[in-house]
Each structure stands twice: as C-alpha cells, then as structure tokens.
Design a protein around this ligand. Structure first.
Ligand code: DGT
Ligand code: CA
Ligand code: CA
Length: 573
C-alpha cells in the first residue's frame, strides 16, 4: 500500500511539534512545517513522483535532506529520526501543545518539573495543586487552563483556512478527472473564507452521479466512508477532515451553490425574502407555484430576489441583503490591489532570508515596495536589533535602494511596546526610519484598562506609525488580550496611526468585525504578511480573505497605494 501524502506530512508535523518543545533551532522547526504544508497541498502523491524518478528537492520547501527523508518514509513507512526524538521526548506532549495557553515553553516546563506527559497528568497536577509549584502557573493561569482542558474534549476541531485549502486541492483535482464530471466547486465556510472551517462541502455537476460517487470512493486519502448514496456522500480523510460531496443537476447549479455556501443565517433571510415575493427557493432552484423559474447561476437567483450579486465572504446576514437591495454593497478589495508588504523580517533577527532575497520575492509578486521590520532588542534577547545594528541595517537598505531600479525597501522595525508604554528603541534612532510597526509581545494578561493605557501611551510617541497584530490572539491557541478596541481606534484615527491586519494564517488579527468597525470609523488599515521567509508573502491571500469578510475596499487599505501616496499616509498627524 502506497504511503499517503498526509502520513508523510504528519511525520514532519510531529517532528516539528516535538522539536519545538525541545526548544530546538526555530529555522529547523519551520523547515519541517513548511515541508509538511507542501506535501499536504501537493496534487500528486510523493510515492508517485518518486516512482516517476522525480527529484523531490525541486519542490518548494523541500531541500535535499528532506527529500531523502520523504523517500525513506515512502520506502519503509517509517522515519527513524522521529523514533529518536520520541525516545527523549514523549510524543503525547504534542497533545498538550493543542491546549490553548500552553506554548512549547510551558509544556517543556511542566514535563521537566512535574513529569506531565498527557492531558490526564495535567488535570491531576491541577487538582492536587502541584502545578502551583511550577514557575509562571499562578491561580489565574491555572483556572483558565482547567476551563480549557474541560472544554477541550468537547470542542469541535476546526481547521485553519489555508491548511483546508491544501487538503482540498488534491481532492478537487482528483474529482475533476473522474469520468463525466463537469464542474467542481468548494462551497460552505471554505468558500466564505472563514478563518477556520469545520468540514469541506464539495459540489459537483456531472452527467451520471453514481459513477462520480464510485470514483470518489477510490480517492487514495479516504480513511472512512460515513455514508455513500447516489448523489451525496460523506467521507473522512486520513487527516481527519470530513468532506461532504453532492452531485447536482446543471440547472440547479446556482441554487445549490447558494444553498451550500451558506451561511445558514444568510440562507434563512434569502428564503424569507423569497416568500415575501411569492417564490420558494431551495437547493434545486427558484420556484413559483412549483414551476422552476431560475437557479442556474447564483447571479440569476439573487436577481430574481431583487438583489445584486453578493460575494460569498459577505454572506453572514450582517447587512448584506439590505446593501444588495439598495446597491450599496462594497467593491471588495482583492489580491491584485496590493502593491507592497509592510511587515517583513530578515535573517538579521528571526527571519530566514536576506534582505535582497526578500526583496526579490516581493519583486516577483509585482510589488513596488516592501519594508524590513526586524525585531527590536527586547523581544528575542539573543536576536533583536540594538540601535547600532538597526543603523547598520539602514545603511544596507540605502545601498540596496541606490542600486534597485524597481522595488523600494522602506526602512522600518517591529518595535516592542514595553510594559510602561514606551518603545524599545530611542527616538534618536526611530527618526531615521521611514515608519515603525509597533507591537505588544509580552505581558498579555494586564487588565483591559492597563493594556489599553499601555498602547495609548505608546501611540503618543510621534514615531509610532502602525499597530501590529492589535489583539495578539492566535487561532486555536491564544485568546486576544483585553483591550478597549473602540478607544484604540479613535486614538489611531486622531493621530493618523494605521492598524495592521496581520495575514499570518494563525493570527488574522484584526478579525473581520474589527475591520468593519475600522472602516466605519475611518481608521486606515494595512494588510501585512509578517513574512519570515520568501514563501510567506503568499499569506497575503489570507489577509485579503479576512479583509473581504470585513467589507474592506481598496481605499481602506494603505498598501494598495502607490509609494508616493503611501508615504503621505505614513506621516503622523
Ligand atoms: P463549517 O463547516 O462548520 O465551517 O460551516 P459551514 O457553513 O460550511 O456549514 P456546513 O458544512 O454545516 O453546511 C454548509 C452549508 O450548507 C451551510 O453554510 C449552509 C447550508 N446548510 C446546511 N444545513 C442547513 C440547514 O439546515 N438550513 C439551511 N438553510 N442551510 C443549511
Ligand atoms: Ca462546511
Ligand atoms: Ca458540511
């Protein structure tokens, strides 16, 4: 039996988890995670490629060493390296990583000091009070931890959008080549570009649905068939993702797409509206007294209801129907509007690539500008730039710009907002930069009032330009810290400060509600990838998804502007 891509990816993910707990080199950890992503997202299996004699090191994120490891897994079904790591660090520790609030550092500490290996061990240590002997585990932390453990087992597991895309991609390619298939579409929350998706909903139009279902049942990565009818089926993939597939008639395509794209509240409002107009709508079409009068395309369905076409990202029943009726839907921002990236790291701190490597990737994207925003000294004591190092980087950027005739690198920094609201570098060096990106990286647990005051005080610094990942949340891992967002936004507006929508797939910070509020208040936003390597520029898509869900238009986002316009917007009031 051939080894599946998901199995290979999962070897690398497990290695990355455990190395992280061991506090290994972050570059190495990232290399395993990136490789896992490539493998999961590949539309052909690694086994097949190897059989064809393909050199796997030509794939993105796969170097010679990883290519050899993949080959070993394919040939033997095993990877001794994982066994070696598991011999020193129990594999169950990676389950603990999944508990929100437990990062690798804390998991390591719990393991070293109390020999906590499993969730059950952790629960017992909390109940016996032993956990309080470990540094950093105070009453508040432990209480929150217990709540999370209790909800953990019942919590449904949702997959981040980008990973869902990588899982869906090879499956869609597979379905497309099944005999008789015409169209294949992903619907559901995936199409609405939610931050996370529960399951994948796939619609297929085909001549003969039975044959298609038969073909799908032979997909290599299915672990369990939950149900298999002639027009609908539900399967679980090896990676645990559930997939609902429906085969539909071409004349119902639009109606089915609307129905299965959802959201449910949007659909309910549509149905109510249809009733008012004397129609009935369902997944098969639009009906007037049982006569099928439409539903072939989505546009047609919306038109029959007196509505302009509503983009999937807006279908949450948060005002989109009214806007579609009165012609005031936003002209949503799209990837092609983006002209540059204003949050990028290099290997001067915790990035992986040089300044010119980052610039060349950005150039390939057709960008006019990027900025370099390495960390200031505090964050990563060993990596952060001090003032002399930052001045040296500024000289390097000047040199680069003098030679570059297309892309421009803007001089910047990701500077820490210290606990007292001061910035981590002195004004005398900050003034040498084109702008700053300012962020909270520690002391997440201040009260709402204190945290808000801390950031407001930082904003009083005239060199504060952009507030990075404003809430600090990490999807499935860490809650947002408490801040008065309305207050921060008003302050940002007054001072001409820009808020970042951080596009990292596990941040997506601001969320869509914040984006919409910012737009309404007239606060400017920037969509930035926080790229740590060349491939990370691709995260811009995730940022755009989030921005679209937040009703943003190009004009709300500063990195849709030309460099000349951008420079004006980066000026403080
Ligand atoms: P998920 O999978 O939890 O991320 O969220 P969705 O939105 O993909 O939800 P899912 O997979 O349960 O169903 C896909 C779409 O099908 C959903 O957005 C709307 C539609 N749908 C499902 N069940 C119902 C229902 O009972 N009534 C209506 N009107 N629509 C439904
Ligand atoms: Ca779904
Ligand atoms: Ca579903």
């Amino acid at each position: 039996m051939a080894v599946h891509n998901t199995e290979i990816a999962s070897f690398f993910e497990r290695i990355a988890d455990l190395l992280e707990i061991e506090d290994e080199n972050p570059f190495r950890i990232r290399a395993y995670r990136n490789a896992a992503r490539t493998i999961r997202g590949s539309t052909v299996s690694m086994s097949y490629l190897l059989k064809q004699g393909k050199d796997l090191s030509t794939l993105p994120n796969i170097g010679k060493d990883l290519a050899e490891k993949i080959q070993l897994i394919v040939e033997t079904g095993d990877l001794p390296l994982l066994g070696e790591i598991e011999a020193r660090t129990p594999p169950t520790l990676s389950d603990l990583l999944k508990v929100q609030g437990l990062g690798p550092k804390r998991v390591r500490l719990l393991y070293k000091e109390l020999d906590i290996n499993t969730l059950e061990d952790l629960r017992r240590a909390i109940q016996s009070g032993k956990i309080y002997t470990v540094k950093g585990f105070g009453e508040k932390t432990v209480k929150a931890l217990m709540e999370r453990i209790n909800s953990y087992s019942t919590e449904e597991k949702r997959t981040k959008w980008l990973l869902a895309r990588d899982i869906a991609r090879p499956l869609l390619e597979y379905i497309k080549q099944c005999e008789g298939v015409r169209k294949v579409m992903l619907a559901g929350s995936f199409r609405r570009c939610k931050e996370t998706v529960g399951d994948l909903d796939i619609l297929v139009t085909a001549k003969e649905s039975k044959k298609v279902m038969e073909c799908i049942s032979h997909y290599d990565e299915i672990s369990n068939v939950v149900s298999m009818g002639s027009t609908r089926s539900t399967v679980i993939l090896d990676c645990g993702m559930q997939v609902d597939v429906r085969v539909i008639a071409p004349e119902s395509y639009g109606a089915a797409l609307v129905y299965f794209t959802g959201s449910k509240p949007h659909n309910i409002e549509l149905r109510k509206l249809a009733q008012k107009l004397g129609y009935k709508i369902n997944e098969y079409g639009v009906f007037k007294q049982d006569k099928h009068i439409g539903g072939k395309t989505e546009e047609e369905l919306y038109k029959k209801l007196g509505l302009n076409y509503i983009e999937p990202e807006l279908r949450e029943n948060t005002g989109e129907l009214a806007a579609a009726r009165n012609g005031s839907l936003p002209q949503l921002i799209s990837l092609k509007d983006i002209r540059g990236d204003l949050h990028c790291h290099t290997n001067a701190t915790d990035g992986h690539c040089t300044l010119s490597e980052m610039a060349s990737s950005a150039r390939e994207k057709g960008y006019e500008y990027i900025s370099i925003n390495d960390h200031s000294k505090r964050l990563t004591v060993t990596h952060g730039l001090d003032e002399a190092q930052l001045l040296e980087q500024i000289r390097q950027i000047d040199k680069f710009n003098a030679k570059s005739d297309d892309i421009v690198i803007l001089k910047s920094i990701e500077v820490d907002i210290l606990e007292d609201g001061s910035l981590d570098l002195s004004d005398s060096v900050l003034k040498e930069l084109d702008f700053t990106v300012c962020a909270v990286h520690y002391k997440f647990n201040l009260s709402q009032q204190k945290q808000t005051e801390r950031i407001l005080r930082a904003m009083d610094n005239p060199y504060f330009t952009i507030l990075a990942h404003p809430t600090g949340r990490l999807i499935n891992q860490r809650e947002a810290y408490e801040i008065d967002m309305q207050k921060l936004m008003m302050a940002a507006k007054q001072r001409g400060i820009i808020l970042e929508l951080n596009a990292q797939p596990d941040r997506l910070d601001l969320n869509e509600i914040h984006c919409k509020t910012a737009k309404e208040l007239g606060v400017k936003l920037v969509i930035s990838t926080d790229a740590h390597s060349q491939n990370d520029f691709d995260y811009m898509l995730c940022g755009i998804n989030q921005a679209r869900r937040g009703w943003l238009e190009a004009e709300n986002v500063v990195n849709t502007r030309s460099l000349k316009e951008l420079r004006k917007l980066l000026k403080r009031k």
